[in-house]
Write a protein that binds this ligand. Structure first.
Ligand code: AVI
Length: 315
């Protein structure tokens, strides 16, 4: 039994405005649904960032101030299948840069597959995967005397509230040394007509992605959520630049969670806040960086200006 999971679900459903942490979306089924999301026509984020890595890898290398004769470590937080990163690794490898690649992921399985594919496709790249929560692995970075380049792609920072994003940046800052760089991929603020469909696709994959957390609670905490009685309702406020996903109860109902020994009451129309996906611009990112010694050095965007990879440096 995962005690943190149990505690977090209890805390979220006991709040006056019910909420569930989106970090728990990613069980085996959730991982597979997220791969489907990344392939959806509406989900522009993945293709946009891939476009930067494929077509501007030379510009990325320059903006990151990488030097051929100076060994560096590329540390990727939440590496997943590494599709985008491989474009950069290939460019570095082809030009004989001297580096190692340390992907960090919570999923052991994702790392095994990533290592196998890098060994096959880029056999001369040194890869040292590390399994774990990347917040914990960050503390090991300071031990290195080499320049560190942290990759945090895919707008993963967008799933943190601004307060948590600030905490994360502070932790990152504390564990880097002067001159280390960060490549931070973020989705940019843009009109509702583009953002909302990415979280409300025609095939209903994102709906299944959200409902899967209720199914996970049923399985792991012995609960009786009737997933057919919850509707998926994403919202996007362009002014604020935040997309939020909710599940809405379609009737008055009780849900019992046996492992908590508790029953939760839902009113018809009551919402559970499932996920926050913050979109960024320079002003918002500077607000998050304020108080840290990480500063924006550069920014690359895809050809349609949907997504940005920011280059930060510790001063
Ligand atoms: C992983 N993360 C950046 C995705 C996002 O866009 O917020 C998760 C996601 N949720 C629904 N679709 C994709």
């Amino acid at each position: 039994m995962n005690l943190d999971f149990q505690k977090d679900i209890d805390f979220g459903l006991s709040a006056s405005k019910k909420t569930l942490p989106s970090k728990y979306f990613y069980d085996e089924i959730g991982d597979a649904l997220f791969v489907e999301i990344m392939n959806m026509p509406e989900y522009y984020l993945t293709n946009a960032e891939f476009d930067i890595f494929k077509n501007q890898n030379q510009e990325l290398i320059k903006a990151l101030k990488l030097e051929k004769n100076n060994f560096f470590e590329l540390v990727e937080l939440g590496a997943g299948d590494g599709t985008k990163t491989k474009q950069l690794l290939k460019a570095l490898d082809d030009q004989n840069y001297n580096f190692k690649y340390d992907p960090i992921d919570i999923s052991e399985n994702a790392l095994i597959q990533l290592k196998a594919s890098i060994n096959k496709e880029l056999p001369t790249v040194q890869i040292h995967p590390k399994q774990g929560d990347y917040f914990n692995v960050l503390s090991g970075l300071k031990a290195s005397s080499h320049p560190i380049i942290v990759l945090f792609l895919g707008s993963n920072i967008g799933n943190l509230t601004d307060a948590r994003a600030k905490d994360f940046i502070q932790k990152l800052d504390d564990n880097l040394k002067i001159g280390d760089r960060v490549l931070l991929g973020v989705d940019l603020i843009k009109p509702k007509s583009v953002v909302l469909p990415a979280y409300n696709d025609a095939q209903g994959i994102t709906k299944r992605f959200n409902l899967n957390l209720l199914t996970r609670i049923n399985k792991e905490l012995d609960a009786d959520f009737d997933v057919d009685t919850f509707e998926h309702k994403p919202e996007y406020d362009e002014e604020e630049g935040i997309a939020r996903s909710f599940l809405v109860s379609t009737k008055d109902q009780n849900v019992s969670i046996k492992s908590l020994n508790k029953t939760f009451t839902f009113k018809k129309g009551e919402k559970i806040h499932m996920e926050t996906s913050r979109k960024y611009n320079d002003l918002i990112l500077n607000g998050i960086l304020e108080g840290s010694s990480l500063k924006i050095n550069d920014r690359l965007t895809d050809s349609q200006h949907l997504f940005a990879d920011y280059i930060l440096e510790k001063y």
